[in-house]
Ligand binder design. Structure first.
Ligand SMILES: [Zn+2]
Length: 441
């Protein structure tokens, strides 16, 4: 049996270890150690393998030597860039350039060179490096905040995988029991949503809000949206959708993902600060991390030409996971603080992040026909050109995987005073540990 270490180049690309920054690799190791301390009990921790590849997905693997966690440093760079976009709200062309690049990368990892090449070109057309750099110049106060948010998201993604590793060994019964009330709260939440929809006044407001969202999307690009008109669903269809989710709440895979999200977020917050008052921000950052992981999933589905995304199980799964995490974390904040103000703070920040993500990134993704755009641009590349290995090197380079990213180190300053209540000390510590996840890609 071939070892995990030896199979990494096959799974993540021949050069997947060349771009790993040693400082980050040791930081990820200390994240694994501190999270494992909280959730691992007497079990042997998985061995960590750090790679840097466009795949950007953390994975838990098992072989004869035990459990392994592969963490892809590029995921941190994605969290970083997306969060930066959400905090700075640059022009639509800059967001487009990044979305096209991401979509190109998702094609790249499936070996769809022509599509990847087309997206690399479209990305360059949307905005050039100079435009991107100047739109994403970060005031010092936002820099500190963004660094903390990125750090929480990475820790959340790693902790999520570590909880999988605990559950995979038939341990974690305690976690399952502790998760029961979260499932129950979610069930109640869905039942209430069903009742609400049956109230004509509530339903009218709900349909209107969907129409408003749609209008915002259409105004954004000045073209009618190509997706299905959500508000044309009948009450029976809306109720059926909720009922599908109630059934899905019993699905073992969904439950396991929910457990990993929930305890992953708690462990991430716990390793960063013992102060309960920091929880609202950390927990909200974890929900943002999950939205970012969903975005990658959405783009991957598009690569597979999954046009029925809203009707698919995947869609229900991801909506439910996001909702479960939020329900769980809200309950946790309430249980810790005995004060309603932390709960309100968590809800406020999580809503703000959700809105920033939707309005700056997700809406942008939803209003452009990415597969259609790819096809249009593919016409400019001949097959022979794209199949040429030298050309493929150029495509990889355009999509950010040609060389070794340069290191940058910033001096940090505090947060915007009204952003949140994290202490200056915590931010400085996080920045010092992060060194550089600053995306040069
Ligand atoms: Zn998972």
């Amino acid at each position: 049996m071939i070892s995990i270490e030896a199979s990494l180049p096959t799974l993540y690309g021949a050069d997947c270890r060349d771009r790993v920054q040693p400082l980050l690799a040791s930081r990820y190791q200390s994240t694994v150690d501190s999270v494992w301390n909280l959730i691992g009990g007497d079990l042997e921790p998985p061995s960590l393998h750090v790679v840097h590849s466009p795949i950007a997905r953390p994975t838990t693997l098992v072989d004869l030597n035990g459990h392994h966690l592969v963490y892809d440093q590029y995921l941190g760079q994605m969290f970083n860039r997306l969060t930066r976009i959400e905090l700075l709200l640059p022009g639509a062309n800059v967001v487009d350039a990044y979305v096209f690049k991401l979509f190109g990368q998702r094609n790249l990892i499936r070996g769809r060179w022509r599509q990847a090449s087309a997206m690399a070109s479209v990305s360059g057309v949307a905005a050039n490096q100079q435009q991107i750099r100047s739109a994403l110049v970060e005031p010092e106060d936002i820099f500190g905040f963004r660094t903390v948010l990125t750090h929480v998201q990475e820790t959340f993604a790693i902790a999520h995988e570590l909880v999988h590793s605990v559950l995979a060994r038939n341990a974690g019964d305690e976690l399952r029991v502790k998760f029961e009330p979260v499932l129950e709260a979610q069930r109640i939440h869905l039942e209430k949503a069903k009742l609400d929809l049956a109230d004509p006044a509530y339903r009218a407001r709900y349909v209107q809000s969907l129409k408003d969202d749609r209008k915002t999307l259409e105004d954004r690009r000045g073209i009618p949206n190509s997706g299905a008109p959500f508000w044309e669903l009948s009450l029976a269809e809306d109720v059926a959708e909720i009922e599908r989710r109630v059934v899905l709440l019993r699905d073992p895979t969904l439950i396991e993902e929910g457990i990993c999200d929930y305890f992953g977020a708690i462990a991430a917050a716990e390793t960063m600060s013992p102060d309960d008052d920091d929880r609202p921000t950390f927990y909200a950052a974890a929900t943002l991390g999950l939205l970012h992981l969903r975005l990658i999933q959405y783009l991957d589905n598009l690569v597979d030409d999954d046009t029925e995304i809203r009707r698919s199980d995947d869609f229900d799964q991801s909506v439910l996971r996001a909702s479960l995490l939020r329900t769980g974390l809200r309950t946790d904040v309430a249980a810790r603080s005995n004060s309603a103000s932390n709960v309100a703070e968590f809800d406020g920040i999580a809503t703000e992040f959700n809105r920033a993500h939707s309005s700056s990134v997700l809406d942008q993704v939803l209003t452009v026909d990415l597969p259609g755009l790819t096809k249009k641009f593919m016409a400019f590349e001949t097959k022979a050109e794209v199949d040429d290995p030298a050309h493929q090197g150029t495509i990889r380079e355009f999509l950010g995987f040609g060389g070794i990213p340069s290191l940058t180190r910033h001096a940090a300053d505090g947060l915007l005073a009204n952003r949140n209540s994290l202490s200056r000390e915590l931010i400085d510590q996080t920045v010092a540990r992060s060194d550089s996840t600053d995306p040069t890609l």
